[in-house]
Design a protein around this ligand. Structure first.
Ligand SMILES: *[C@@H]1O[C@H](CO)[C@@H](O)[C@H](O)[C@H]1NC(C)=O
Ligand SMILES: *[C@@H]1O[C@H](CO)[C@@H](O)[C@H](O)[C@H]1NC(C)=O
Length: 693
């Protein structure tokens, strides 16, 4: 049959499949979630529970249907285009049969993200609690907590469940934990107890499960993608673009476990971890043949690893000269396939200018085109310094420690929005105008500037007495919390406590700027006394020796001068200089390694939130707990908060379907920054149930 005719026939067959009700009786997951939230806000706990559980179930079933169809529809056919069309036709028919109208079950990226973050569990924990199902409540809360470790409210809730009677230790389990993780953890502890047989047995099972989960994830990459722009382009370009997206998606599957849990990627590749443990186990069991097989499999990832090679020759001796086995076929296939994909992606990177971040550490240098090696290496280094995905989506690291010519200093942008900067500036202004303690005074550092300071507690107290806008005062509180979470996350510290936080503005005094040679803030370090002669920093009073990390969140840029800079301990050699701007946060360790100062502000007013943190709980400031108490008073009874925030979830959820910008537009975050907008809601860890949609 002539190819064009064949194409036509296939197309007709494809279009002619009627839309029939599918086998799947469940509603789409997003509809069920919204519906569940609606019932939730009416206090209909039973109705909400069944719908929210239904949304999770629906998600699983759609996934199952897609996997079944993917497996059923091979890539048969003699020619490429024939094969592709065959598969398309088969998939379409299969999915129609399974799902009825497959497009109904398509989720927006936003929705996918909120399911990824396990949002339904945050509702479920409350529902279970209301229905006095404490065990379920605790496990739902724990499940949500694992995926949202920076969510203040859920942290508190999990703590509360821990102290409740009737909640056992076993209640704190991850309801979405993949089976391979369960087995793997079990195997690790068995191995440490030298229970080798059972350990190895579980490892084998867990490895098999992991490989099949990986394969599932990879095969789901072939679903529909959201199209970006619809300009006219060459067909091969379109196909290439789609194909590249699929390959990138498949490659990312190895990150799935850490992505799911919102962690930094810390672990070595799961397959390699399995193999390393299995080799240990088999060696101890003196099963040399199996050990050799595992060693060979490890060599697939690191062909030049001498340790592995040496061990392989030991096994060979034990086996009396027999080399003992080949690598496992399933692993060889995986490595082969993955390398093929990487080659294509690097090719596209070199020739089509796409970007590709290789998630694997084992990728051999040989497959990276020479012209890219340096770029890739630098990219990896930078990625390491950036510290992976930050807990707030809008925040990005714009200067890594290396770019800032230091070790423990970093610059992030987008920490708060333009509206939030303005709200805080207006707070500073109102407070200064109120004639209370915080009125501007002559700067202690220079006769050319006035300085004005407002602590978080002062702001909240003034809000209670009606002197300043309370939503702005609360914003100051939440903003400082956000900076704390970022410092903790980025530097990987222990829990950080507040040492002191205030909003500070420096204003140039007009007519007093001629021939100025001093600084707005002379060079100093935050937790030690800087000795520029000795190039030392003495960690002793009167310095605040207990401070460990410092932060400066800038609110504006409409002033002259006022750049921040870091120096060597000599106090004069400048190593980095930066311009303040709205939403820019500089975080650094508080010692002499980060001596810093501020250039003179020669015109206008420069405002920033200055923050100091300590790792020592004993040095946590009293003010913060007083401030927290004031915040809590305001939060009032739980019910009303729930109601308000649920409404917001529903609104932003709806917008998720039609494009998220719709809710943010016109929403006045200045007058009520507490109300989550599409943009800010994810960032505010202290809020309830508002974060994820
Ligand atoms: C070689 O493999 C061993 C164990 O499998 C590992 O500990 C070591 O870091 C590897 N060496 C290199 C250079 O990759
Ligand atoms: C770091 O040092 C380099 C070279 O001296 C300089 O160009 C760069 O601006 C410095 N970084 C910052 C943030 O000032």
């Amino acid at each position: 049959m002539a190819a064009p005719l064949l194409l036509l026939l296939l197309l007709c067959a494809w279009l002619a499949v009627p839309s029939v009700p599918g086998l799947l009786s469940l509603q789409p997951a997003d509809l069920l979630l919204w519906d569940g939230v609606a019932h939730f806000s009416r206090g209909d706990w039973y109705g909400a529970r069944s719908r929210l559980l239904g949304s999770l179930q629906s998600l699983r079933e759609v996934r199952g249907a897609k996997l079944r169809c993917g497996a059923q529809c091979g890539l048969g056919g003699a020619r490429v285009e024939e094969a592709v069309l065959h598969r398309a036709e088969c998939l379409r028919a299969c999915e129609r049969l399974e799902l009825g109208e497959p497009s109904r079950y398509r989720l927006t990226q936003e929705m996918e993200r909120s399911f990824h973050k396990a949002t339904p569990y945050n509702y479920l924990q409350i529902i279970h609690y209301k229905l006095e199902e404490l065990d379920e409540a605790a496990s739902a809360a724990f499940t949500f907590y694992l995926r949202n470790p920076h969510h203040e409210q859920i942290k508190d809730d999990v703590q509360r469940y821990r102290t409740m009677r009737g909640v056992s230790k076993q209640s704190f389990r991850d309801l979405e934990e993949p089976q391979h993780m369960v087995l793997y953890s079990r195997a690790v502890s068995l191995l440490s107890e030298e229970k080798l047989g059972p350990a190895v047995w579980r490892l084998e099972e867990s490895l098999a499960l992991y490989l099949s989960a990986l394969e599932e994830c990879r095969s789901l990459c072939e679903g529909t993608r959201e199209r970006e722009n619809e300009e006219h382009r060459d067909i091969s370009e379109v196909i290439a673009e789609y194909y590249i997206q699929v390959l990138q998606c498949k490659q990312r599957c190895v990150l799935e476990d850490s992505l799911r849990l919102g962690q930094k990627r810390s672990r070595e590749d799961m397959i390699i971890s399995h193999l390393a443990l299995l080799e240990q186990g088999y060696t101890k069991l003196e099963n040399w043949e199996a050990a050799a097989q595992i060693g060979q499999s490890l060599l697939l990832f690191y062909p030049h690893n001498e340790t592995v090679q040496r061990r392989l020759s030991e096994y060979k001796q034990k086996l009396h000269g027999q080399s003992g086995g080949k690598p496992r076929e399933i692993i060889a296939t995986y490595v082969h396939q993955s390398l093929l994909e990487k080659r294509l992606l690097y090719y596209a990177m070199e020739n089509l200018g796409i970007s590709f971040q290789d998630p694997d550490l084992w990728t051999p240098e040989e497959i990276i085109p020479e012209s890219l090696r340096e770029t890739v290496r630098l990219g990896r280094e930078a990625e390491e310094q950036r510290g992976g995905d930050l807990p707030y989506e809008e925040v990005t690291v714009t200067m890594t420690p290396k770019q800032m010519n230091g070790t423990t200093r970093v610059t992030m942008d987008g920490v708060i929005s333009k509206e939030e900067c303005e709200a805080l500036l207006s707070l500073a202004k109102e407070a200064a105008g109120s004639g209370e303690r915080v009125k501007g005074r002559r700067s202690p550092h220079t006769p050319h500037e006035r300085i004005q300071s407002l602590s978080v507690l002062q702001a909240l107290q003034m809000a209670s007495s009606g002197t300043v806008d309370s939503s702005q005062a609360h914003l100051l509180y939440h903003t400082s919390e956000r900076a704390r979470v970022l410092a903790e996350f980025y530097f990987g510290t222990k829990r950080l406590h507040f040492s002191y936080t205030h909003l500070v503005c420096r204003t140039a005094i007009e007519g007093k700027q001629e021939g100025r040679t001093d600084f707005s803030h002379p060079v100093h370090a935050d937790n030690c006394v800087l000795d520029t002669e000795e190039k030392e920093c003495w960690r002793e009073p009167p310095a605040y020796v207990h401070r460990d990390y410092s932060g400066l969140l800038y609110l504006n840029e409409d002033f002259q001068g006022g750049n921040a800079f870091f120096t060597e301990m000599d106090g004069t050699t400048i190593t980095a200089e930066l311009r303040p701007s709205c939403g820019r946060l500089v975080l650094f360790s508080s010692g002499g390694e980060n001596a810093h100062g501020v250039r003179p502000v020669t015109e206008g007013k420069r405002c920033a939130v200055a923050l100091w943190f300590t790792e020592s709980a004993e040095h946590a400031e009293q003010e913060r707990s007083q401030a927290r108490a004031l915040m809590r008073d305001r939060d009032g009874p739980q019910e009303s908060t729930e109601e308000e925030t649920t409404k917001n979830i529903r609104e932003s959820g709806r917008s998720g379907r039609s494009g998220r910008e719709t809710t943010t537009a016109g929403e006045d975050t200045t007058s009520d920054p507490e109300r989550p907008s599409g943009r800010t809601q994810k960032k505010r860890p202290a809020r309830k149930f508002t974060d994820e949609l």
